[in-house]
Design a protein around this ligand. Sequence first.
Ligand code: HEM
Length: 401
Amino acid sequence: MTELSPIPDHVPASLVYDFDVFAAPELHHEPHRSAMRLHKDAPRVFFSPRNGGHWVIVGAVEALEILRRHDIFSNTPEFCSTLRKPATLPNLSDPPDHTEYRRIINPAFTPGAVNAMEAGIREMAVALIEDVLAKGQTEFVADIAKRFPVNIFLGMVGAPLSDRDYLLEYAELGVRHPTREGRNEASAELGRYVMRAFEERRRKPGTDLMSRVLAAEFQGRKLNDEELLGMGLLLMLGGLDTVASMLSFIMLHLGRNQGQYRELIEDPSLLPAAVEELMRVHGVASMQRGVTHDNEFLGIAFKKYDRLHMLPQLWGLDERIVDRPAAVDFRRETSPHLAFGGGPHRCIGSHLARVEIRVFLEEWTKRIPAFKVAGDWDGRTSGGVVWTPLTLPLEWKTQAH
Ligand code: HEM
């Protein structure tokens, strides 16, 4: 864990709670079940003295209030000071700029556009499953979860599948290299990849997402190189680790809860509701905001430049928005959650992520009637900006057995 920082004068002792959002011990094993205790033990909005000192938003109700107020809780680099450069777009901007940036990429993520990709997504899911099917086992994270979304991203931006392993390596290093220099170097390499790809599309425009970004207008002009880089990086990274991590947590749950897996095999029409319910309890991505001016909100005195770390991972587990939050039940009437955030920055890829996960589960359940998590799995997960199982060995009976 990081050092303890002094508590600023404007933070009352009653709101201080020691929890390291990146390195708390409970994030390394069953993070949702363990960190859910924060709903009982900690204030809904508390100040953590770790990582330089910042607010942590645990409550779903408070989160929704905060996400609506971008005038107070900003996404711009000026206020979210710890965030990486370049500013990834549209994420690190506030309305009205944000609205215009987002309009550029929105057409690629509408339900209609994503539904048109479904057959291709299904082909990729089938190919990855067929690759491991006869072996009766897989290290799910490396063999499938990480490869699946990167394949889809490459298709969307019109890049060759042969770029996959290179991108996977640097995307992983950019998030999980043990040193800051290592993470920065990997991100710089990804940035060079993005700019080379834009250069190629500039010479030979197509109908892919990167060509669309190049052709777009922002406030009556084309995007400059820094904006292209920020947008290309987020488009590339936004859907990789998040989908891989969520799918891995979901498979972990189904591998351990074989009765629930059987329910899906016996009644595939349950799948869309099951995906929603499994997403509710397995949020993966955190978010940040920075305070734009001194003010009182939710009864708390915030100061300009205070930082907020928001934990959507826990919002679907808040008993104020859902009954029996820890129980996974595919037959709930609704599975309210905020795994995709809320307000103007709500995940633009949410429909795509849902389709990816549903289609994957449809194809897996068709081929594998029962599976389990290997008995010798070490159960290690990683905290950080995106929570994820580090590995996930799965086993099933093959026809040969
Ligand atoms: C299960 C998978 C996913 C999860 C849990 C997830 C989660 C999130 C969250 C919580 C946000 C809000 C960030 C904020 O408010 O600061 C977000 C934004 C975003 N996501 Fe996702 N995401 C997922 C999949 C995807 C996919 C497949 C894409 C496609 C490329 C994507 C692209 C983006 C982009 C571009 C934004 C920024 C939107 C904006 O700021 O307006 N995400 N995501």
